[in-house]
Design a protein around this ligand. Structure first.
Ligand code: FMN
Length: 212
């Protein structure tokens, strides 16, 4: 087996200087996100979402960023899932984007809340039919007996909606993560990476450099 001790790579692609930091981190995020798209990063909108129970037991999973608003970052999921239970008990969460092709990472910390039903409806409408059915069929995060059980549920919902509009399930919708901290990380040579952190203080974003 490969010796993991010997897997390492030097980061030399880019730099991140204070002079390039836009005053607002959401604008800065959009800039980096556009660069990730242009550079054909694999799954650029895939982000790790970390939530925690009220007593601090963390849990993380990948979800897809579906909207960048001036107030924050929107994703969609099942409102009865494990993540939803944790969010209901503890509004603090963290997001992480790893754009390896650009040797970049963006770390976000914030509070999370549901978006409006109308906004969730707007996104649900543009989803492919099969994904719409999947949202009805999957009791996300629940233990199920086997694969067949899930496929039977899916087939049942397919029948139920034959010739009808597939509406949004009431237990499926969006959340917005409203950040109070965003860090932009650019890999550099010999582990002397660039890290610029934006912290929200009295409604203003303060930019600080962190040691790598
Ligand atoms: C690339 C990728 C994208 C995903 N996107 C979503 C998503 O947007 N929403 C979602 O609920 N789950 C998504 N998942 C599945 C989640 O990682 C996770 O398995 C699911 O949401 C259940 O998490 P929970 O049990 O912690 O609530 C995605 C997984 C991957 C690998």
């Amino acid at each position: 087996m490969t010796n993991l001790f010997n897997i390492r790579r030097d980061f030399t692609l880019k730099t991140l200087d204070e002079s390039e930091a836009l005053p607002n981190p959401i604008d800065m995020f959009k800039l980096w996100f556009d660069e990730a798209i242009k550079s054909e990063v694999l799954e650029p909108n895939a982000m790790n979402l970390a939530t925690a129970t009220i007593d601090g037991k963390p849990s993380s999973r990948i979800v897809l960023l579906k909207q960048i608003k001036p107030e924050g970052f929107v994703f969609f999921t099942n409102y009865d899932s494990k993540k939803a239970d944790q969010i209901a008990a503890n509004k603090y969460c963290a997001l992480n984007f790893a754009w390896h092709e650009l040797e970049r990472q963006v770390r976000i910390e914030g509070t999370v809340e549901k978006i409006s039903d109308e906004e969730s409806d707007s996104y649900f409408e543009v989803r492919p039919e099969k994904s719409k059915l999947g949202a009805w069929a999957s009791p996300q995060s629940q233990v199920i007996p086997n694969r067949q059980y899930l496929e039977k549920l899916n087939a049942d919902f397919e029948l139920r909606f034959t010739g009808k509009t597939i509406t949004r399930p009431p237990n499926w919708g969006g959340y917005i993560v409203k950040p109070y901290l965003i860090e932009f990380w650019q890999g550099r040579k010999s582990r002397l990476h660039d890290r610029l952190q934006y912290r929200l203080l009295n409604n203003e974003w303060k930019i600080e450099r962190l040691a790598p």
